[in-house]
Design a protein. Sequence first.
Length: 104
Amino acid sequence: MNTNIENLIKGLPAELQEKAKACKSIEEFNTLVAENDIEIPTDALESVSGGCGTSSKKNVEVCNKCKTTLTNVPAGLPKPSGASKYCPKCKKVLISADWHIEKR
């Protein structure tokens, strides 16, 4: 079990500690937390929400102009040399100079 969750459980009243330790899945634990209005510290929040204790931010390819998440170029659209992504908001096929990667 994640150390942050263990520390959260240790800080609960004895009755809730027993119920928390009896949870067989993160979903059961999340239900217990919601039903008992348990405040979850930020350091434990990601683990309780189903994360693995590491940052959940991912690299996302975004348009330089509108910051929209890009997709692959849809079938049927012309794909000029060097073009690799499509901005659904700008409705444009983009070359690498027109987009960048950021963490979201």
